[in-house]
Design a protein around this ligand. Structure first.
Ligand SMILES: [Mg+2]
Length: 369
C-alpha cells in the first residue's frame, strides 16, 4: 500500500490557562499535525510538537516542501526504508527529530489502521492496559503547592513531581510542606530542569530533600555536565533521572556510557518518533536502566503514540511517566479524549494510534503560514 501524500498542517492548540516560561507567556502552542494518506484513501495522523516557539510551523514547511516528495510512492510497510529516508533528513539539525516524530507517528498510525491492529501490537503487544502518571506540581507559593498536592492525591495520583530550581530554600520548604500534607505512601520527585549548576551544592540540596522522601531527582545539572552528573549519581540516595540530556538514542548512549543516569526520561517527539523511542528503551535495558516517558507537551495524537510505546516496552519503569501534557489544552483536533483514571492513562485499543482526527476542528485550528 503506497503513500500518496504527506502533509504537515500548522495549527495552534489553545491552552486552558496561559503558560509562562523564561521566553514569554503563551495562550496557545504552535504545533504541526501530519496527515499521511495511502492509495486506499486511509489516513494516518502524527503530531509535530514544539510547544513554546513557532518552531513547529517552520518544520511543517520543511516537511511539505522537501520531505513529502521523498516519502510519496514508498510502501507503508517498508518501515526500514522509510526510517532510513527520515534519518537522512535529520542529519543537520536536532529540531528535525520533532518533524521526523510527527511523520513517523503518522506512518505507524496508517500502518496500524491498514492492518486493523493497534500500534502497540506492531511493537510486540502491550504489557499493561494503563500507564501510571505523576501528578504535576508547577512552581507556586509553598502554601499553594501543598494545596495542589492534596488535590492531586485526591484525584488518584500516587506520585507527585515538583518543579524546583529557582530558589533553593523555598524549594526545600515546598518539599517539606508537600510531604507533611500528603499520606506517607505518596512518592515525591523533583525536576530541576538543569537549574543547579554546581554538583556539590546539588548534592547538599538532594540530601535535604531525601530527608522528606524525595527519591527521584530529574535533570539536576545541565546536560553538558555529564561527569558531574555521574559524580552526583554515585553520592546521593535518590535516583537521577535524565531528561534534557537525552533526545535520541545517540544522546542515550553518551549518558549511559558515562554512567550518568539511574533512569532515562524518553520523549517520543525528541527521539524522532516511536522507533527512535524504542531504540532508547532497548539500549537502556542493556545497561539495566529503566525508562519513563515525558511530554513536550504533545496533544492527544502525540500522547496516544506515547501510550502505545509505554504499553509495549519491557523496561518501562513501574514509577510513573509524564504523559499528561495533553491535559493542558482547552481543545484538540481529535474526536476522542484520552481518559486518565485514578492517575493512570488508559492505553487506546482501536487500530493505529486509536484516535480519530476531527477534520473540522483541524481546519478551525489551522493557521495560514
Ligand atoms: Mg523534566
Amino acid at each position: 500500500m503506497k503513500i500518496v501524500s504527506v502533509e504537515a498542517i500548522p495549527v495552534t492548540l489553545p491552552f486552558r490557562e496561559p503558560v509562562s516560561d523564561s521566553w514569554g507567556t503563551y495562550e496557545a502552542s504552535r504545533h504541526g499535525i501530519v496527515i499521511v494518506r495511502s492509495e486506499s484513501g486511509e489516513y494516518g495522523a502524527g503530531e509535530i510538537a514544539f510547544a513554546w516557539f513557532g518552531g513547529a510551523h517552520s518544520l511543517c514547511r520543511d516537511v511539505n516542501n522537501y520531505w513529502s516528495e521523498q516519502l510519496v510512492g514508498t510502501d507503508i510497510a517498508d518501515r526500514t526504508k522509510l526510517t532510513a529516508t527520515l534519518d537522512a533528513l535529520c542529519s543537520f539539525s536536532k529540531r528535525h527529530l520533532l518533524a521526523k516524530a510527527g511523520v513517523e507517528m503518522a506512518l505507524w498510525d496508517l500502518l496500524g489502521k491498514t492492518m486493523g491492529v493497534p500500534v502497540y501490537r506492531l511493537l510486540g503487544g502491550k504489557l499493561s492496559d494503563r500507564i501510571p502518571l505523576t501528578g504535576g506540581m508547577p512552581m507556586d507559593s509553598v502554601e499553594k503547592m501543598a494545596e495542589n498536592a492534596v488535590r492531586r492525591v485526591s484525584e488518584g495520583y500516587s506520585e507527585l513531581k515538583l518543579k524546583v530550581g529557582l530558589d533553593d530554600r523555598k524549594d526545600v520548604e515546598a518539599v517539606r510542606a508537600v510531604r507533611a500534607a500528603v499520606p506517607d505512601g505518596v512518592k515525591l520527585r523533583v525536576d530541576a530542569n538543569m537549574a543547579w549548576k554546581d554538583a556539590k551544592r546539588a548534592k547538599a540540596l538532594i540530601d535535604e530533600m531525601s530527608h522528606y522522601g524525595v527519591d527521584i531527582v530529574e535533570q539536576p545539572l545541565p546536560d553538558t555536565m555529564l561527569d558531574e552528573t555521574a559524580w552526583l549519581k554515585r553520592r546521593v540516595d535518590a535516583k537521577i533521572l535524565i531528561d534534557e540530556g537525552v533526545w535520541d538514542v545517540h544522546d542515550a548512549k553518551r549518558v549511559l556510557d558515562r554512567n550518568a543516569a539511574d533512569m532515562l526520561h524518553v520523549y517520543i517527539s525528541e527521539a524522532g518518533g516511536i522507533d527512535g523511542a524504542r531504540r532508547i528503551f532497548e539500549l537502556a535495558e542493556l545497561h539495566g536502566v529503566e525508562c519513563t516517558i515525558g511530554s513536550m507537551p504533545e496533544g492527544r495524537i502525540g500522547a496516544a503514540a506515547s501510550a502505545h510505546v509505554a504499553a509495549a516496552m519491557r523496561n518501562l519503569s513501574a514509577r510513573p511517566s509524564d504523559i499528561r501534557g495533553f491535559t493542558a489544552y482547552a481543545d484538540d483536533v481529535t474526536v476522542e479524549d484520552l481518559p486518565i483514571v485514578d492517575g493512570q492513562l488508559v492505553v487506546p485499543d482501536r487500530p493505529g494510534l486509536g484516535v480519530t482526527v476531527d477534520f473540522d476542528k483541524l481546519r478551525a485550528y489551522t493557521i495560514q503560514d
